[in-house]
Design a protein. Structure first.
Length: 285
């Protein structure tokens, strides 16, 4: 039975380090101790090396080389430090090839980082109060694919048959054929890792944001981030041409004007070109 095997795959996946939840909590706490958080990250040499590598990338445009986590914290601030650390932590799951989805090694990582940037941009443009939370939702919205890839590989012809003949979205066809869709599997992973309920919901509903009830705005942001990432061609896989964009999400977030959408897509493409360098995945935290 596919569902039993999928659930077993979720259980056997190495857990996200507990520091991830502490990072998310720190990002939401205006009184969080930045020095203490930096000290926590510095305890992991591999995390430190990868974090500094990303801090010194062209994406952040720092005028001098960052040589310590504490220095990075003082220059970039809490939210950016948390974003970089979570990006490094997630890399271990996202860089491998996902053949069932037609994604070569690095492709899922690429689209996840671009989606995270898109979600943060959308959050900022729409006035959402938690752009770092939006970044995390965008980063992890497709993480369910790492479990589901082997199940969809043989099922892909049937999935596409439903997409083309029944007019189903890819995730809906995926659920009918395989037994679960990748948003549901991703949400189960985040639940297992004790991520906040709003983030779990955003991942679960990023194809169907109208179903969200905890934080509908976050779900809409994740939905648009996914669509905008595909629009600029980042990490397109087997499902890239079967994405159903909900117009209500565009209207609710203030993106009904095509000129505004074009502007954010232009900004996203520019930022994405500097943001998707692959991490040293052998020692990613």
């Amino acid at each position: 039975m596919n569902i039993e095997a999928i659930l077993a795959g979720i259980e056997t996946l190495p857990p996200m380090p507990a520091v991830a939840v502490r990072l998310l909590e720190a990002a939401q706490d205006p009184n969080a101790d930045l020095a203490k958080l930096a000290s926590l990250l510095e305890k992991d040499p591999a995390m430190t090396a990868n974090l500094l590598r990303r801090c010194n990338s062209p994406f952040y445009g720092l005028r001098r080389e960052v040589t310590s986590v504490r220095q990075a914290a003082s220059l970039l601030g809490m939210n950016h430090l948390v974003q970089i650390a979570l990006t490094v932590l997630s890399s271990r799951y996202l860089v491998s090839a996902q053949g069932g989805y037609g994604l070569a090694a690095g492709a899922l990582w690429n689209r996840s980082v671009v989606s995270a940037i898109a979600a943060e941009l959308i959050a900022q443009e729409s006035g959402y109060p938690g752009p770092s939370t939006a970044y995390t939702a965008g980063l992890l919205e497709d993480i369910g694919k790492i479990v589901l890839a082997r199940f969809v590989e043989d099922a892909m012809p049937r999935i596409w048959e439903l997409v083309e003949t029944k007019g189903l979205g890819f995730a809906e066809a995926e659920q009918q054929v395989v037994g679960m869709d990748h948003p549901h599997v991703g949400a189960l992973l985040l639940e297992r890792w004790r991520f906040p309920p709003a983030l779990v919901e955003a991942v679960r509903t990023h194809h169907r944001p109208a179903e969200a009830s905890i934080d509908p705005t976050l779900a809409r942001i994740a939905h648009l981030a996914d669509a905008f990432t595909m629009t600029i061609g980042a990490g397109l896989g087997a499902d890239g041409l079967a994405y159903s964009l909900e117009e209500e999400a565009l209207r609710a977030l203030g993106f009904a004007d095509q000129a505004r959408v074009d502007a954010i897509l232009e900004t996203l493409a520019a930022r994405a070109s500097h943001a998707t360098d692959l991490p040293d995945t052998g020692r990613a935290g």
